[in-house]
Design a protein around this ligand. Structure first.
Ligand code: IMP
Ligand code: MG
Length: 183
């Protein structure tokens, strides 16, 4: 039962119950805001998949989903600032009401570039839902986002979709990696 994850190198920041309650609130808020609209939820692979899967089930409206994959971190924990599209959307977003769904905003560079790219495609509206926001990294791009699960300290976190070198995404909680060198 995931006991190998609850090792001394992880501290629980948000439990599964706390995450579920917050995601339900965000879903209710989006349900109110998007009634009558043509909603597309765009997941940014891979980190957002767990959040997206739970969030769309908390939205009581017709919607579609699509995915993009971008690379900005290259497996490390430091942002390079460069964003490369590895997988683009399957369907056009012209005339749609798009919410980009992300796991975490750190420097904001990834989403800043992604919104630049998507806003040139004629969507009716474009908003951002992020599970986590780190308000205090060293560099921070000014970025408007509309839905945010939790603001967290400037620490490296894993779980509920977030990874360290590809691992820990399947943790049901969000944890802080105490020593990233041995994550
Ligand atoms: P940004 O471009 O600096 O905002 O970085 C956003 C991306 O960096 C996220 O989608 C994550 O993939 C990754 N990232 C940033 N901080 C963390 C963290 O604490 N844990 C896991 N991934 C992170
Ligand atoms: Mg990511």
């Amino acid at each position: 039962m995931l006991t190998e994850f609850t090792n001394s190198n992880l501290e629980v920041l948000y439990s599964a119950e706390e995450i579920n309650a917050r995601v339900a609130e965000l879903g209710a808020q989006i349900t109110r805001d998007y009634a009558g609209k043509d909603l597309v939820m765009v997941g940014v692979l891979k980190g957002s998949v767990i959040f997206l899967a739970d969030l769309i089930r908390a939205i009581d409206l017709p919607l579609t989903i699509d995915f993009m994959a971008v690379s900005s971190y290259k497996d490390g924990t430091v942002s390079t600032g460069d964003v490369e599209i590895l997988k683009d959307l399957t369907n056009p977003i012209r005339g749609k009401d798009v919410i980009i769904c992300e796991d975490i905003i750190d420097t904001g560079l990834t989403l800043f570039r992604l919104t630049e790219i998507l806003s040139s495609r004629g969507a009716n509206s474009l908003k951002i839902a992020t599970l986590l926001d780190k308000p205090e990294p060293r560099i921070k791009k000014e970025l408007q986002f509309d839905y945010c699960g939790f603001q967290i300290p400037n620490k490296f976190v894993v779980g509920y979709g977030l990874d360290a070198a590809g691992r820990y995404r399947n943790l049901p909680f969000i944890g802080v990696v105490v020593n990233p060198d041995i994550a």
